[in-house]
Design a protein around this ligand. Structure first.
Ligand code: ATP
Length: 283
């Protein structure tokens, strides 16, 4: 079975505070984009669980989030693990704030649910996915959604009006745990207007959403990295983006466009500057 694992963007990301269990309470408006990894699941004759990817540095064993999802699946179903070979064609940048690994895990859960004819609901798949990672429950269904708690408390939102997205992952990566550790001591310049974004989605007001996009983790980035992210956002805005922000704990920055021509211009300008640049659409 072949299945797609879409990347996500954060239209907003707010950190509400640290919880007694050490996790942070978050409030985020999430959006899927067409950019996706493609996974192929095949029965393996020798009974082993294996992962192959086109990126040599990703784990090919149980540490791969796709394999973890399969293990959690069989655990939840009370079954012994079966022989399975998962091949992942990665297109979503790694360590980019785009939930690439979580989306692969969610895709495996959707595929196994179908292959085994288990008939679990998206909510049931999300509960299994939660044990793999906080973004996995959202990735089970994707689309436009409000994610709260650690990211696992989901409320579907009206879909973002279709638009073009240009995104750029600079050449460095961000340590998500390090940035979460830092966020408590950072003086936040401002907070996203989450309610305003939700109201704009309800009104199908793309400009209203784009203008309100904000991610508090931008304030927690080390100076040089923040300045690189700001440079990307400035190019996007100069090229006509309706708004620009950073996704997850970064460092990917993206802009929303209502014109394909302007989006292509932004893609070309950013491609000259470095990093991985993509032109995609919301889904
Ligand atoms: P998030 O937005 O959820 O914080 P991210 O985009 O920052 O995620 P990912 O690319 O999902 O980060 O994953 C980063 C880490 O997970 C890397 O250390 C990578 O080695 C590991 N990993 C395990 N399995 C996968 C996978 N299938 N795809 C990508 N990364 C994986």
């Amino acid at each position: 079975m072949e299945v797609r694992a879409h990347a996500k963007l954060n239209l907003t990301l707010d950190v509400l505070g640290r919880r007694p269990d050490g996790y942070h309470d978050l409030r985020m408006v999430m959006q899927s984009v067409a950019l996706a990894d493609v996974l192929t699941l095949e029965e393996s004759g020798d009974g082993e669980l294996r992962v192959r990817t086109n990126l040599h540095f990703l784990p090919n064993n149980e540490k791969n989030l796709a394999a973890q999802a399969a293990l959690r699946w069989w655990e939840a179903r009370g079954q012994v693990p079966r022989g399975l070979e998962i091949t992942i064609e990665k297109s979503v940048p790694v360590c980019a704030g785009m939930a690439g690994g979580s989306s692969d895990a969610a895709a495996v859960l959707r595929a196994l649910n179908e292959l085994e004819g288990a008939g679990l609901s998206p909510a049931q798949l999300a509960r299994i996915g939660e044990r793999v990672g906080s973004d996995v429950p959202y990735c089970v269904t994707g689309g436009t959604a409000l994610a709260e708690g650690r990211g696992e408390v989901l409320t579907p939102l009206p879909p973002l009006p279709p638009c073009w997205v240009v995104l750029c992952k600079p050449e460095f990566s961000i340590s998500t745990p390090a940035l979460f550790a830092k966020i408590d001591s950072v003086k936040l310049r401002c907070r996203p207007d989450t309610q305003g974004v939700i109201a704009a989605l309800e009104a199908q007001d793309l400009v209203g959403v784009a203008r309100r996009m904000y991610n508090v983790f931008e304030d927690a980035l080390p100076e040089r990295q923040r300045s690189r992210v700001n440079d990307i956002k400035n190019v996007l805005i100069q090229c006509g983006a309706l708004g620009a922000s950073m996704s997850g704990t970064g460092p990917t920055a993206f802009g929303l466009f209502d014109s394909e021509a302007l989006a292509r211009e932004a893609q070309e300008r950013l491609t000259g500057v470095g990093g991985e640049v993509f032109l995609t659409r919301t889904v």
